[in-house]
Design a protein around this ligand. Structure first.
Ligand code: IPM
Ligand code: MN
Length: 342
């Protein structure tokens, strides 16, 4: 039976890269995915005052997965409005607590580093931490103004993301790097370290390293080949995965999956690059991050053979130099190359 996919192309280059991914999916496995498109975006906000309808979450709940392009058009809608109206509520409402982002160089992609043999899986906590949304402002606009934004780390939240990280490490090279800043943040991050040590006892085969976020940022540049699974809090993971994208050749290659590992709710798959207003109308958005996110979605849906075929076709295209260099090939040309390889 076909898997039912909610498509949210969103804003800017989200639209062409989602369209390209649908073409690739239909070529690879006709009828395997049944798409329904939602025009939830900044355009919708400008027309209706909402990024998605009031019952948007309930509408999405009925799908097997969500495929999202990008959200944001800061010239017209403040980012804090658009993101809190669409992307972030989906991650939270569906308890997509694991944000998975693979960082490795595709064949033919040079990347900025001398060391090329890295294969890092970043696992970012995706529902709490620094993105808890708890906070407020008082005395607004006066010189006594105060803004407070509270990070929230729950035992449930920290344990489940670290456990997920250990499970991923068991399926890979059995190394886990836990990221904190426990030398400076003595409550939440010391707690995170304690939970890491507790879980490490359950996974004796996994070699665990504890890094401070500043130190691992340097390591991702200088010795990326020493890292396997990296588990980090929401904000630290956000920052490290843009760094991961940079070392893999740019945001055009960075894929992601927002997973609810319990499978009670639909998971969401999205390229990391965002809406890129500056190039939105040029037809040069690299769809590879979107294709790779499609691969992650198919794996999640239990369609590994199709996922593997699409990944091989992406790699055939980049190995042939198509889509391998930032800004060089059009979205259409890269899509055609992947489809030809299929
Ligand atoms: C990402 C993005 C989002 C995040 C923004 C757009 C809110 O940067 O998915 O990495 O910070 O999670
Ligand atoms: Mn980000």
């Amino acid at each position: 039976m076909a898997h039912r996919i909610a498509l949210i192309p969103g804003d800017g280059i989200g639209v062409p890269v989602v369209r390209a991914a649908v073409e690739v999916a239909e070529k690879a496995a006709p009828g395997l995915l049944e798409f329904q498109t939602f025009d939830w975006s900044c355009d919708l906000y400008l027309r209706t005052g909402r990024m998605m309808p009031e019952d948007g979450i309930e509408i999405l709940r009925g799908f097997d997965a969500i495929f999202l392009g990008a959200v944001g058009w800061p010239a017209k809608v403040p980012d804090a409005v658009s993101l809190h109206g669409l992307l972030l509520p989906i991650r939270k409402a569906f308890v997509q607590f694991a944000n998975i982002r693979p960082h490795r160089l595709l064949p033919g992609v040079a990347g900025p580093l001398v060391k090329k043999d890295f294969d890092i899986l970043c696992i970012r906590e995706n529902t709490e931490g620094e993105y808890s949304g708890a906070g407020g402002r008082v005395h607004q606009g006066t010189e006594d103004e105060v803004a407070v934004e509270t990070s929230v780390f729950t035992r449930k939240g920290v344990e489940r993301i670290l456990r997920f990280g250990f499970e991923q490490a068991m399926q890979r090279r059995k190394r886990l790097a836990s990221v904190t800043k426990s030398n400076a943040q003595k409550y939440s991050m010391v707690f995170w370290d304690e939970v890491t040590r507790k879980l490490a006892a359950e996974f004796p085969e996994v070699e665990v390293s504890h890094y401070h976020v500043d130190a691992i940022a340097a390591r991702m540049v200088m010795e990326p080949e020493t890292l396997d699974v990296v588990v980090a809090s929401n904000l630290f993971g956000d920052i490290l995965t843009d760094l991961g994208a940079a070392i893999q050749g740019g945001l055009g290659f960075a894929a992601s999956a927002n997973i609810d590992p319990t499978r009670r709710s639909p998971s969401m798959f999205e390229p990391v690059h965002g809406s890129a207003p500056d190039i939105a109308h040029l037809g040069i958005a690299n769809p590879i991050a979107s294709f790779w996110s499609l691969v992650m979605m198919l794996e999640h849906l239990g369609e590994a053979p199709t996922a593997t075929r699409i990944m091989a076709s992406i790699e055939a295209a980049t190995a042939g130099g198509i889509g391998a260099h930032a800004g060089q090939d059009s979205t259409d040309k890269i899509t055609e190359a992947v489809i030809a390889a299929l």
